[in-house]
Write a protein that binds this ligand. Structure first.
Ligand code: PEP
Ligand code: MG
Length: 313
């Protein structure tokens, strides 16, 4: 099956009844971007930019950051989108040069966009670097861990101010949907963004109130829990009400049991780890939209994750 998937990986992922899905990669840097192209990646749905900063002893200056993003954008070219997520540190991801205060509950504390909004000059430098890289590709900007509209508007304000100063236009802005509040409020938030990308790793953790890395709870932290699927459904409906699209970049996007359900819920982009790109595309080619819609509707009615998994097993 791997052989067959690899052979067809450069072809689009279109269902048997003609619905094209965008299949893109989650990457941590330039090497992943290069590799993704050989595996049929149609762009990058998530550059976890923190990976480029985690092992540094000081914050790279704006020029250095611009260079890093421009290099990756150039690998992908003008046609393949590169979604760059701003620093997502805090929680499980410490940053050596920016010690965060000890917290009782780091996953509920200063992490993601909260770190950036509380350190505006740092956020501005990164946003400027991302905007400047647009010249070399098709760069989009995405903010992590948005929970409230004021956070979204404040982050967007930074983009519009810096874009104005740089005289750059046309960089799309999106947010991660990984806090239940954002999924519930998707219809309101959608008016202010170009796209959503559902981060099911965190969305599942926060929906179930179960640590995503917990050794004992791990088997229950399943993104196919119908509570999570209902939130994804709300996200898609909220987005579509404003003509916006939704991707999924959490680990479940590469899970064969999840793919028909996500397609059926109306997700149009799957962003997955580089090695599984060929299999995900091959899998989509075996599905029909009608079948996906039926299984998604059934999934939403199931009582628990095991029952959802039984549908696509
Ligand atoms: C997620 O939360 O699903 C996600 C894609 O972001 P990360 O895994 O980097 O937290
Ligand atoms: Mg996350």
């Amino acid at each position: 099956a791997r052989e067959a998937a690899l052979k067809t990986c450069m072809e689009p992922a279109t269902t048997i009844d003609g619905h094209r899905m965008e299949v893109v990669a989650n990457i941590g840097g330039k090497e992943d971007a290069e590799k993704s192209l050989t595996m049929g990646g149609e762009g990058v749905g998530l550059l976890r930019s923190e990976f480029l900063y985690l092992d540094r002893v000081s914050e790279p200056d704006e020029e250095t950051q611009t260079q890093i993003y421009s290099d990756i954008a150039a690998v992908l070219g003008k046609d393949k989108p590169l979604i760059i997520r701003t620093l997502d540190v805090g929680g499980d991801k410490p940053l050596a040069y920016m010690p965060l205060p000890e917290e009782e509950n780091p996953f509920l504390g200063e992490r993601g966009i909260r770190v950036g909004l509380n350190r505006p000059t740092m956020l501005r430098r990164q946003v400027r670097a991302i905007l400047r890289a647009h010249e070399h590709g098709k760069v989009r900007i995405m903010f992590p861990m948005i929970a409230t509209l004021p956070e979204l508007l404040a982050a967007k304000q930074v983009v519009s101010e810096e874009a104005n100063k740089l005289n750059i236009s046309g960089v799309e802005v999106g947010i991660m949907i990984e806090v239940p509040a954002a999924a519930v409020m998707a219809e309101i938030f959608a008016e202010h963004v170009d796209f959503f990308s559902v981060g099911t790793n965190d969305l599942t953790q926060y929906t179930l109130a179960m640590d995503r890395g917990h050794p004992v709870l791990a088997p229950m932290v399943d993104a196919l829990n119908p509570a999570v699927l209902r939130l994804i459904d709300m996200t898609v409906k909220g987005a579509n009400a404003h003509g916006k699209w939704v991707g999924v970049c959490g680990g479940v996007a590469g899970d064969p049991a999840a793919i028909p359900i996500l397609v059926g819920l109306g997700v149009t982009e799957l962003s997955v780890s580089v090695p599984v790109l060929p299999e995900v595309k091959a899998h989509i080619r075996e599905l029909s939209m009608e079948q996906c819609k039926n299984v998604a509707a059934e999934a939403l009615k199931q009582p628990d994750a095991a029952a959802v998994r039984a549908l696509t097993a």
